[in-house]
Ligand binder design. Structure first.
Ligand code: C2E
Ligand code: CA
Ligand code: CA
Length: 553
């Protein structure tokens, strides 16, 4: 304990025996003076002698006063020291714990983990470090306020604590992040699995408060300082253990949340690759490596080209041509999706202005972009800046956009539509949009996801689902686009279903701006100005941006 440390001021104060010394000296003096004065006093009292020496009596009284003073001072000092010691312990406790839940905090958890590891190692046991992250806590806070959120955290902590072994230590690492560390017999990681499963069972129970009831899901990452069969005690310090649990937690979240993972070595390399991608994306964005590709959209009946869907590609000098399924989720996560999307749109507007103006341009919008209340205004501003007619633009939003904030999404759709922009519901059938939402949100089109369309290829009758979606669209008076038309068979199956737009590899792979330009030039569907521009560009060997400026000053 720190109290015994030599430089501890409280310890020094405790040994500050001046007060006690005064009292002791006074007692010695009292014995000395008392020895000669007391017989005189006794004699005087019994009448056997004269009055005692006044000076000695005064000295005696002074001694007594000093003893009382010294003793009281000593008592006060010890009481003061005791109080200060308690205050210091309280301060230490506050610095080490989370005031809301009483758990340890991030700082003290590190020390607690090291201590437990050392103790467990002496007994030949392993320790598991467990990171817990609530999946939907932000929503609870946003919807019901912070005091409800706090109450949930406190209840949650109690439930977790109730399941932990006595020796386990638990911490709140941040807002809705918790951790615990517990010992377990090496080679019996299944004991930890059991506990974690009981934890999920306990926390899935609703949290009831006087005014409301909330439900939580959580993701968990686990790491142990021994390997699975418990034979090798790994040389893992607390920091590594925590970092590994964090990587396992990341994996749990990535795999769809509400689950747990043990750390595995592959996670580390995966994460390293992800970090490289992240850096690559940041750099690529600055260097203009992201480019729009275009996929043809065709009128199914006539086979006429009616427009293009813009699909983002990353031309990475190191990795080659990368699909949006790889970089879009990362860009969303690191907050770059808006910038990325807007840059691509600028390029696409410039490209599409060269095309025949009956051709439409569809762009995909991420749910993250729709969280920005100014989204519609930003798009409209970009359209004006590019001089691109809003009527030619179609925005594709997926069903997942609709769970976030339907009110906001609705008002954005309205402002875009007021300016003539069309709104399509993308990947229809893969999410959870209700019939009610479809009826109430003013979509201009539904896109049937290619996972349904591809079933038309299978032998036998697999068209029922697509037929059902088509008749739903008809019922709602919404035009439809079928994605993923890969071959003649699918094409014929769709043709029997009435008027549709279609797109897919049957009509060709998505191609870059230059490919589209060549296709349209040969079909005579480039605007005159840009054909001249293209010639001018070829002559001057300039880039597409310059071409655009020459074509339309
Ligand atoms: P999506 O909107 O469903 O786009 C269609 C995807 O299907 C494209 O993949 C396209 O190349 C592919 N595809 C088209 N025809 C066929 C076919 O006949 N068979 C098969 N098997 N696949 C076909 P891509 O380009 O890899 O894009 C994947 C997803 O990435 C898109 O799915 C879209 O959700 C997203 N995405 C693309 N560009 C952007 C963008 O600029 N912003 C955002 N937020 N998302 C984008
Ligand atoms: Ca799409
Ligand atoms: Ca799709």
């Amino acid at each position: 304990m720190t109290e015994q440390e030599p430089d501890n001021p409280l310890g020094a104060a405790e040994r500050d025996i001046i007060a006690l010394g005064i009292a002791t000296a006074s007692i010695i003096l009292l014995v000395g003076t008392g020895g000669s004065v007391m017989p005189q006093v006794m004699d005087a009292l019994t009448g056997a002698g004269g009055a005692p020496n006044v000076i000695l009596v005064n000295a005696l009284l002074l001694n007594i006063a000093l003893i009382i003073f010294g003793w009281r001072r000593y008592r006060e000092l010890t009481r003061e020291i005791e109080e200060r010691r308690r205050a210091e312990a309280r301060a230490r406790l506050l610095a080490a714990t989370d005031p809301l839940t009483g758990c340890l905090n991030r700082r003290s958890m590190f020390e607690a983990t090291e201590e437990l590891r050392a103790r467990a190692a002496m007994r030949g046991e392993a320790v598991a470090y467990c990171m817990i992250d609530l999946d939907n806590f932000k929503q609870i806070n946003d919807m019901h306020g912070h005091s409800a959120g706090d109450a949930v955290l406190v209840m949650l902590c109690e439930r977790i604590r109730a399941l932990l072994p006595r020796e386990a230590r638990m911490a709140r690492l941040g807002g809705d992040e918790f951790a615990f560390v517990m010992p377990f017999p090496a080679g019996h990681a299944d004991r930890v699995d059991d506990l974690v499963i009981r934890l999920f069972e306990s926390l899935v129970q609703p949290f009831r408060m006087p005014e409301l009831t909330v439900e939580l899901t959580l993701s968990i990452g686990l790491a142990a300082d021994h390997d699975a069969d418990g034979t090798i005690g790994l040389v893992v310090d607390a920091a590594t253990l925590m970092h590994r649990a964090d990587m396992a937690l990341y994996q749990a979240k990535k795999q769809g949340r509400n689950r747990y993972f043990w750390f595995e070595a592959t996670m580390e390399s995966e994460l390293r690759f992800r970090n490289q991608l992240e850096t690559g994306i940041r750099r690529g964005l600055a260097r203009g490596e992201f480019v729009p590709f275009y996929e043809q959209q065709v009128d199914l009946d006539s086979g006429a080209l009616v427009g293009f869907e813009m699909l983002a590609r990353w031309r990475s000098p190191q990795l080659g041509l990368i699909s949006p399924d790889i970089f879009v989720p990362i860009a969303e996560e690191i907050g770059l999706i808006n910038e990325l999307s807007e840059r691509l749109m600028e390029q696409a507007f410039a490209d599409a202005r060269e095309w025949d103006d009956t051709l439409t341009l569809s762009v995909n919008i991420s749910p993250v972009q729709l969280r920005d209340p100014w989204f519609a205004q930003r798009i409209l501003k970009k359209l004006v800046a590019a001089g691109f007619p809003p009527q030619r633009l179609e925005i594709e939003i997926t069903e997942s956009c609709l769970h976030e904030n339907v009110g906001l999404v609705r008002s954005m759709i309205m402002s875009l539509r007021n300016q003539g922009v069309q709104i399509a519901l993308d990947d229809f059938g893969t999410g959870y949009s209700s019939f009610e939402q479809l009826r109430n949100l003013p979509f201009d089109r539904i896109k049937i996801d290619r996972s349904f369309v591809s079933e038309l290829k299978e032998p036998g009758n697999h068209s029922r689902l697509v037929e059902a979606i088509v008749s739903l669209g008809r019922g709602l008076d919404l035009p439809l686009t079928a994605e993923g038309v890969e071959d003649e068979e699918i094409l014929q199956a769709l043709k029997s279903m009435g008027r549709l737009k279609a797109q897919g590899y049957f009509y060709g792979q998505p191609e870059d701006a230059e490919g589209v330009r060549a296709r349209l030039r040969s079909a005579g569907r480039l605007t005159g100005a840009s054909t001249e521009g293209a010639l001018a560009q070829r002559a001057a060997g300039e880039d597409a941006q310059t071409l655009y400026r020459i074509a339309r000053p």
